[in-house]
Design a protein around this ligand. Structure first.
Ligand code: SAM
Length: 261
C-alpha cells in the first residue's frame, strides 16, 4: 500500500464508513477554503476567486489538466455518454449549422456533437497535446470573426474570469438569432461548493441566468433539469440572441475588455 493511502486508512478507517468519513472531511476543507476571504472575493451574488493578475488566472486554469489526467481516463467514457444524453434532447444544438464549445478541454463534448451529426469545434486554454477536436485559445478573446457561430455551448461558466468579458464574446460571435446553451451546477447557496479551480461562483442559478441574459443581450428560452453527474446536480439553459441584435455596442465592449486585445 502506498504511504499516502496508508495515512488515509489510519485517519479515516476502512470500508464504506471510512470512505464516508474521508468524503466529509474533504467537504469541510472545501467549504472552509470557499469561505476564506483571502482566496475568494465575497461581494454580491456572484463571487470571484482572487488572482494577482490575468496571467495568474490563465496559468492557474491551464494547470488543471495535468493534475486530473489520470482521473479523466477513468471517467471520460461516462462523460461522453452523458454529453450525448444531454445534447440529444437539445433541439437548438442538433439543428445548428455549427457549434463552438468554450472550455472544451479534451473535446469530449465536441465528439458527442459529432456523434449526433453536428459540426463542432472547441477551444480551451489547455487542450492537451494532439487534440483533433479542440483548439488552444482563451474564451475571453476568441479568434473567430463576429457573427460566425450559430450556437455556442459551455459547461465552464464557473471557470470564467468575468462573466461580462465572456458574455461579450458570446454576443460578438453569435449570428443574430443564434443560441447559447449553458450547462451549470447549483449555486453555493444551493449546495455546490467551488473547489480549487473554479474562478467564479453564483449564489443560485437564477442569479447566474439573469447575469448571462443581461451581459449577453440574450433572451432565456428554456431551462431544464439534467439530473445528476457524479453527485452534482446539473441544469441546462438555452438563450437566444435577438434577430435584430445590432451587436455593435457589445462588439465594442467585448474588444475593449479583451485581455489579449
Ligand atoms: C470544468 S472544465 C470543463 C471541461 C470540458 N468542458 C468537459 O466537460 O470535459 C473547464 C475547462 O475550462 C478551461 N478554461 C478555463 N479558463 C479558460 C479560458 N479563459 N479560456 C478557455 N478555456 C478555459 C479549462 O482549461 C478546463 O478545461
Amino acid at each position: 500500500m502506498k504511504l499516502k493511502n496508508l495515512a488515509k486508512t489510519l485517519r479515516f478507517g476502512v470500508g464504506p464508513l471510512g470512505r464516508e468519513r474521508e468524503k466529509a472531511a474533504k467537504r469541510k476543507r472545501r467549504e472552509a477554503k470557499f469561505r476564506d476571504d483571502g482566496i475568494w472575493l465575497h461581494e454580491g451574488d456572484i463571487v470571484q476567486r482572487k488572482y494577482a493578475s490575468y496571467q495568474a488566472y490563465v496559468e492557474h486554469q491551464a494547470s488543471k489538466l495535468d493534475g486530473i489526467r489520470s482521473r479523466l481516463d477513468d471517467t471520460i467514457e461516462e462523460d461522453y455518454q452523458d454529453f450525448v444524453r444531454r445534447f440529444r434532447d437539445c433541439a437548438v444544438l442538433n439543428e445548428a449549422a455549427n457549434v463552438l464549445c468554450l472550455g472544451a478541454r479534451l473535446g469530449t463534448e465536441v465528439r458527442a456533437l459529432h456523434a449526433l451529426g453536428v459540426f463542432s469545434v472547441g477551444i480551451d486554454l489547455n487542450p492537451g497535446s494532439d487534440n483533433r477536436h479542440v483548439l488552444p485559445g482563451d474564451f475571453h478573446a476568441v479568434a473567430f470573426p463576429d457573427r460566425s457561430v450559430h450556437a455556442i455551448y459551455t459547461n465552464a461558466m464557473d471557470h470564467v474570469f468575468t462573466i461580462e468579458q465572456f458574455m461579450g464574446e458570446v454576443r460578438r460571435l453569435l449570428v443574430p438569432g443564434g443560441h447559447f446553451v449553458v450547462d451549470m451546477v447549483d449555486g453555493y447557496a444551493e449546495g455546490f461548493t467551488p473547489g480549487d479551480f473554479e474562478a467564479t461562483a453564483w449564489r443560485d442559478k437564477t442569479v447566474l441566468l439573469e447575469r448571462i441574459a443581461a451581459c449577453g443581450g440574450l433572451t432565456e428560452v428554456e431551462v431544464r433539469d439534467l439530473g445528476l453527474l457524479r453527485n452534482e446536480r446539473w441544469m441546462q439553459a438555452v438563450f437566444q440572441l435577438p434577430l435584430d441584435d445590432s451587436g455593435s455596442a457589445s462588439r465594442e465592449v467585448a474588444s475593449a475588455a479583451r485581455p489579449n486585445a
